[in-house]
Each structure stands twice: as structure tokens, then as C-alpha cells.
Design a protein around this ligand. Structure first.
Ligand SMILES: [Zn+2]
Length: 279
């Protein structure tokens, strides 16, 4: 699933392609994607900017805003109008330069979503979102407040979009490793030294991943998600880049968690019950 670093690159690349273009047509091919009615006056509106909020991509028009959540397997693809839609196109937007932006999803479980909202509304009106971790408002003090009283485990805290926006399963693993804390540690019980370390780790992990993704992807809309720079995520059994210990893996019904048992020592006895999360 694309997370903040990949979506940030995608946002920049979309900006290069569609800002200033006018919408010539918008078609829904697969109704599951459509979360709002289509306004009557969409055609002819110019793209003012492409922005990102959490894991949502927002295409700002003159009077409306197209908000897209790619979920697990949604993607953007651009092709000339005359080539028609892809088999997996769920919707497409045709521009006045003859190019068409397709919202495609190839997986069986289709969950990609698109909302068309008035211009002054956006992702924050769809879901309650916490601060952007790379923004100025995401200070250590803010993180202290967010963590205060949390009964979530650290990894679940990072995944909860109401706490911090844009982090998913892959970068949550990497941030925990970078911080040197167990992903299963109770988030509300971090010391002030650990909170400062977590704050630095969130920024460092996301900024470095953005730079690497930028380099690997270039100006394409197909975002490179191979993430060869990752230390522990999907590195089960491989040596931890910091200490050489084999990366461990815990699987639950909803997600896999990867960590280094030496750099991120467990916080509870392995046989004791895990901390219950509020999610
Ligand atoms: Zn290690």
C-alpha cells in the first residue's frame, strides 16, 4: 500500500502532468469507486493543484476537489484518450490536452475510493486525521499530547490516522526499528527521552524514504514500492542492518509486524497477555 513517501512522490508527479489542464470528461466505469454524486458543472474546470493529506490525494479544481484514496492496490495511470480505458479502470478523467488519467485497481478486493467535494472541503471532512508528520505543527510537544494516556501499542498508535496521518504498516515497522523500541510497547508509557527519539525517527524514516522513492520512481505515475532501503519490514530472517540479528516476524489476522529482537527488546514477558489496543 502506498504510504506518505510514495504518495508525496505521486503528488509531485501528478502536479507535473495535470496542473493547468481542463477537465474534458469524467467517467465512472465501476460504481464501487464513487463515494459522492458527480456535480453538473465539473466539465471545463481547470486543475489548480494536486495535494496530499494523509493517504489521500486531492486534485483541486476551480470549484471542486477530487479526493482519491488508493487503499491497497489502487493506482493512477495516464494514457492518450484514443487508447480507451484499461480493463482495470474504475474511473477516468479526460483532459483538454488529449490525455486521460485512469484510476485503476487490479486486485480482487476493490476498495479504491473517489469523492468529489466542494472546493473548500477535503480529506479532513471524510475522516478525522491527525497532524502531518513532516509539517511544522508536528512538534515533540504535540506528539507528547497525542501519546498521553494512549493504551495503544506503539505500532498501532502510528497506524491510527487520528494520531498521525500518512503512516501505514511498512513505515510503522521502520519507525519502531529506527526508534529502537518494541512495536508492542504501550504508546502512552514512553519516557520523554523515548518520545523525542520517536519524533526524530518518524521524520528521518519518512524523509529518507521519500528521497529514495523519488530517486527510484523518477517522473512516473507507477510508484516504485520495492523499498530496497527498508531495514526490517518484509525482511524476515535477514540480518538487522544495525546489529546483524535475524529480523523477527509476528503475524496477526490483519497485518504482519517485523522487528529486530535485539535492537527492539520485548517489553513484556513473552507468555504474558499483550497490551490491549483501543482500535
Ligand atoms: Zn538489530
Amino acid at each position: 500500500m502506498p504510504e506518505l513517501p510514495e504518495l508525496e512522490v505521486l503528488k509531485e508527479n501528478l502536479n507535473q502532468l495535470i496542473v493547468g489542464k481542463r477537465i474534458a470528461d469524467l467517467r465512472i466505469i465501476k460504481p464501487y469507486i464513487q463515494k459522492t454524486l458527480l456535480p453538473d458543472d465539473l466539465i471545463g474546470q481547470r486543475v489548480a493543484a494536486v495535494t496530499r493529506r494523509g493517504k489521500y490525494i486531492e486534485i483541486a479544481l476551480e470549484r471542486h476537489r477530487i479526493v482519491v484514496h488508493l487503499m491497497l492496490s489502487g493506482r493512477f495511470k495516464m494514457r492518450p484518450k484514443e487508447k480507451g480505458p484499461f480493463k482495470s479502470s474504475a474511473a477516468f478523467v479526460e483532459f483538454n490536452n488529449g490525455n486521460t488519467l485512469h484510476l485503476v485497481e487490479e486486485a480482487k478486493l476493490k476498495r479504491m475510493s473517489m469523492w468529489i467535494l466542494p472546493k473548500d472541503k477535503g480529506a479532513d471532512d471524510i475522516k478525522e486525521l491527525g497532524p502531518e508528520p513532516l509539517s511544522d505543527e508536528f512538534t515533540i510537544d504535540r506528539l507528547v499530547k497525542l501519546l498521553s494516556g494512549s493504551r495503544e501499542r506503539l505500532k498501532n498508535f502510528l497506524l491510527n490516522q487520528r494520531n498521525v496521518a500518512g503512516i501505514g504498516n511498512a513505515y510503522a515497522d521502520e519507525i519502531c526499528w529506527q526508534t529502537g523500541l518494541s512495536p508492542f510497547k504501550q504508546a502512552g508509557k514512553l519516557t520523554s527521552e523515548e518520545v523525542a527519539r520517536l519524533h526524530g525517527a518518524i521524520r528521518k524514516t519518512l524523509i529518507e524514504a521519500f528521497k529514495e522513492t523519488r530517486r527510484l520512481t523518477g517522473n512516473k505515475l507507477e510508484i516504485d514500492e520495492s523499498r530496497p532501503f527498508m531495514a526490517v519490514h518484509r525482511r524476515k530472517g535477514e540480518p538487522c542492518p544495525r546489529c546483524g540479528t535475524r529480523v523477527q516476524w509476528v503475524s496477526t489476522t490483519t497485518r504482519d509486524t517485523f522487528y529486530c529482537p535485539r535492537c527492539q527488546p520485548p517489553v513484556t514477558h513473552p507468555l504474558s497477555r499483550p497490551v490491549r489496543s483501543r482500535r
